[in-house]
Design a binder for this molecule. Sequence first.
Ligand code: BTN
Length: 253
Amino acid sequence: MYADDDARDRLGTTLIGARMVHHEQVDSTNLEALRLAGQQAPVGTVVTARTQTAGRGRLGRGWFDAPGRCLLLSALLEPLAGGAGLLTAAGALAVASAVRSLGAQAAIKWPNDVLIGGRKVAGVLAEGPREGLFALGIGVNVNGRPADLPGELRDSATFLSHELGREVDLRALQAEVLRGLDDAVARLLAGEGASLVEEIAGYDCLAGRRVRARAGERELTGEALGWADDGRLVVRDDGGRRVRLDAGEVTLI
Ligand code: BTN
């Protein structure tokens, strides 16, 4: 493990990278970030890892990584007025715009997936709070081929390099994502959540499409209308009612 307290200067960020802690191997950068929160780590602390032994995904799932070829990071952040939903949105936007700047057609699938060509290349997971802070975790599959993925993910996930047809500089991508996250979080803290959501609309792959949504016990079908300013997904169900979802699973029909 090594720690770096000058990362903000190098990154040119104001909040993100207040402290950078890197692990060759850790159970989960989200869990490690929350442990550091318990040790009074500053807001903006970022935990990175070469590999995770117990990577955490949404809805109790795990998160796969190809060691040394994926971006695995978690940032410690204060809760926002709009809740964890907008934190997740900030993470997804930071990844999607970094991916797009490399030349790939990134899309955001509410609430936390970044896709290229319909396949998932990144996921975002906010967990906490601990000592009043959330760990915003970001995982990106960077350099690899579909054959490197576990069988059950081969049809639904991909690697950035595979989509671009070239290797990607992991460190440069990490810096770009952290700068994007810094910018997005600053906008949220300044009360500009609506402009963030507007920008996300430019990546939204669900708006205008028919979806099936599951939220807890509830299942509905309808048309996705887009993200609400608080990060929830607005769906017009088949009965004509506007429903706002704040969690759950959405699939395109
Ligand atoms: C999802 O799409 O299900 C969310 C995946 C989030 C994965 C990242 S990898 C870095 C951080 N640490 C974790 O254990 N999970 C997140």
